[in-house]
Design a protein around this ligand. Structure first.
Ligand code: GLY
Length: 401
């Protein structure tokens, strides 16, 4: 673990995780170089930006829930500092469609400015809805699990769900409101991080890393794909591998690509006031409303290797399932479709901290939670979260270094 004062001076990967770490180090006055051929264009570009540890949890994922809740608590300060550092002229926090007082995570949202400025961080909660008796039973089990963990959830009837979200289908029979869940626009976050890094003079090498440089048993830098005025290599005392799904191509870390297709729709009037999700035809679908009228519908979960094709079948299933939840989605304009690659790990937990190789540190494997877990990842790497760091320690995969 790079304890306070230790250097991570080369970061491979310019997604939300790598850029967040670089920004935090730069703010502390530490020299750092970021390497990425197209920063902000990978999984962070596809991501919906749900900061939703509660509604994304399953029974087997209590450790992931702990990480998510801890990182969500860090998000308001992270966003406010980032917005200020990037010169956005707002706090980065915005009110949603309704009054947002924040909840147990302590979000306190600024009320000024039109929606869509800043980072579009909103904290109006997630409504997880059920259609049939089986869905209702599953939600009740989830609610009981939440109660046991002391996390706030509210059980709602179908009518109460529709009172909160009038555009919900009449067939919704009940739901769970996770009032503390939040969301942010990840594309704005990576843009703000890049601006903040530029303002702080952090070098960004727009090149693909083709391998790690070794001296003896230590990593001492990164080799780059030749081209233009790109240097052949960048040397450093410690290299942080934050290359998401591409990490396993550079080091022995058990990260695999998990494809997610996702659709952005455009709505003249906001259709929803909060995130809505449900299980339809056995697969989970979520809808995330943005302040600027965008409605994000996601996401498929496919084990297809490095395939990033957007398919007719993927889009069909997403829209079919979204329409079951909110029939009005079919009226909306399609703004964007994209497929991203989540960096999955065998236990769905990220891999953060020193590898078994001197000079090589990991911040990868964030799977469905890169945006949510970015602030916590920086804190772990700076030695501020030792208990949670243990959950993410690379050494848990003994056969890998
Ligand atoms: N975090 C939601 C997803 O990965 O689809």
């Amino acid at each position: 673990m790079p304890a306070k004062g230790a250097q991570v001076d080369v970061i491979v990967g310019g997604g939300v995780v790598g850029l967040s770490v670089a920004w935090r180090l730069a703010r502390e006055g530490r020299p750092v170089t970021v390497i990425d051929p197209a920063p902000g264009s990978g999984a962070s570009y596809a991501a919906a930006g749900m900061l939703a540890p509660v509604s994304e949890v399953t029974y087997t994922e209590a450790p992931l829930l702990r990480l998510g809740v801890a990182s969500l608590r860090r998000w308001p300060a992270f966003a406010a500092e980032l917005a200020a550092d990037a010169g956005l002229g707002t706090t980065g926090l915005e009110a949603g469609g309704q009054e947002s007082a924040g909840h147990a995570v302590g979000l306190r949202l600024a009320q000024g400015g039109p929606p869509g400025r800043g980072l579009d961080l909103r904290a109006d909660g997630t409504l997880d809805v059920a259609f049939g008796a089986d869905d209702l039973a599953a939600l009740e089990e989830l609610a009981a699990f939440m109660d046991k963990l002391g996390l706030p959830v509210e059980r709602l009837t179908g009518r109460e769900c529709r009172r909160l979200e009038p555009m919900l289908a009449p067939s919704v029979r009940g739901g769970l409101l996770a009032p503390d869940d939040a969301w942010v626009n990840p594309r704005r976050v990576t843009a703000a991080l890049l601006t903040a890094l530029e303002r702080r003079g952090v070098p960004l090498v727009r090149a693909r890393a083709t391998g790690l440089l070794h001296e003896g048993d230590a990593v001492v830098g990164v080799r780059l794909e030749p081209g233009g005025d790109v240097p052949a290599e960048v040397r450093g005392e410690r290299v942080l591998l934050a290359a998401g799904a591409w990490s396993a191509g550079l080091a022995d870390v058990p990260v695999r690509p998990v494809k997610g297709q996702i659709i952005r729709l455009r709505s003249p009037q906001p259709l929803l006031g909060r995130c809505v999700r449900g299980t339809v035809h056995g697969s989970s679908v979520y809808l995330v409303p943005r302040g600027d009228g965008e409605l994000v519908v996601g996401a498929t979960q496919e084990e297809m290797g490095f395939d990033t094709k957007v398919t007719a079948g993927g889009l069909y299933e997403l829209l079919r399932d979204a329409r079951e939840l909110v029939p009005g989605v079919t009226e909306l304009e399609v703004a964007d479709v994209v497929a991203g690659l989540r960096p999955g790990t065998p236990d769905n937990l990220p891999v953060i901290g020193p590898s078994g190789t001197p000079g090589l540190v990991y911040a990868t494997g964030h799977h469905r939670g890169g945006v949510l877990l970015a602030p916590l990842t920086t804190a772990i790497l700076l030695g501020e979260e030792s208990e949670l760091a243990a959950l993410c320690a690379p050494g848990r995969f003994r056969e890998f270094s």
